[in-house]
Design a protein around this ligand. Structure first.
Ligand code: AP5
Length: 216
């Protein structure tokens, strides 16, 4: 089963993808994570992507489609969760070709419906442990002891450079202008289901489970 989680920044795509990895053994393919890894490693792709990501704009279709092509076979036989990809019509068409070449096809596109203002708070408050990557949030999920990771006891934390309010608003504008318009491409094929992304993490997960378990 190959699925897309679609929604604006902070909608919960990464959170729900991780749950599907843990519970169903699917493989998360996040172009954001791939790009951040490339930036950290200082690869040619990372050098090109860094400033674009920090501005909240979209990295080129050619770069992200190539990244997905490189990683897609990791999900063979397990099912892929596309998280943050596709983000443009060109990427959507590239994904169909990449899957088709492997005799695969999308089974679901799940749109996380959200309130953008609430998302700004969700994103600007999030941080992770620099040692074990455990996720936290200033308001919704602070550490039990201030300055100490609940999981590994580490004392260093990090925030994404693109998680400031100005960049988040640019990322949302990019979503409205370039990503939301690809929905009809999938609606025509009867692939789209919507969930309430403002519900609790558990409730969103339950809605997604119902969709994936329903016979199409
Ligand atoms: P990317 O990494 O994909 O970021 P994004 O789409 O902006 O999404 P986020 O990771 O910010 O949010 P999310 O929906 O995964 O939410 P999360 O689960 O983390 O992309 C970053 C950049 O890379 C882009 O701006 C672009 O430059 C580039 N890029 C990436 N892919 C590209 C592509 N295909 N084409 C071109 N450029 C590309 O949750 C957010 C917070 O909310 C967390 O704190 C979480 O704990 C909390 N939360 C989640 N669900 C809930 C809930 N139900 N209730 C309460 N809190 C919740």
């Amino acid at each position: 089963m190959d699925i897309i989680l679609l929604g604006p920044p902070g909608a919960g795509k990464g959170t729900q993808a991780q749950r599907l990895v843990d519970r169903r053994g699917m493989v998360q393919l996040s172009t954001g994570d791939m790009l951040r890894a490339a930036v950290k490693a200082g690869t040619p792709v990372g050098l090109k992507a860094k400033a674009v990501m920090e501005a909240g704009e979209l990295v080129s279709d050619a770069i992200v489609s190539a990244l997905i092509g490189e990683h897609l076979d990791q999900s063979a036989g397990k099912g892929a969760i596309f998280d943050g990809f596709p983000r443009t019509q060109h990427q959507a068409e590239a994904l169909d070709i990449l899957l088709g070449e492997r005799g695969r096809a999308l089974s679901h596109v799940i749109e996380l419906g959200v309130d953008e203002e609430a998302l700004v708070e969700r994103i600007t408050g999030r941080f992770t442990c620099a040692t074990c990557s455990a996720p936290y949030h200033d308001r919704f999920k602070p550490t039990k002891v201030e300055g100490t990771c609940d999981v590994c006891g580490g004392h260093e934390f990090k925030r994404r450079p693109d998680d400031n309010e100005q960049t988040v608003r640019t990322r949302m504008a990019e979503y409205r202008a370039k990503t939301a318009p690809i929905l009809p491409y999938y609606e025509e094929r009867g692939l789209v289901s919507r969930v309430d992304g403002m519900a609790s993490v558990e409730e969103v997960a339950a809605q997604i489970d119902r969709i994936l378990d329903s016979a199409r």
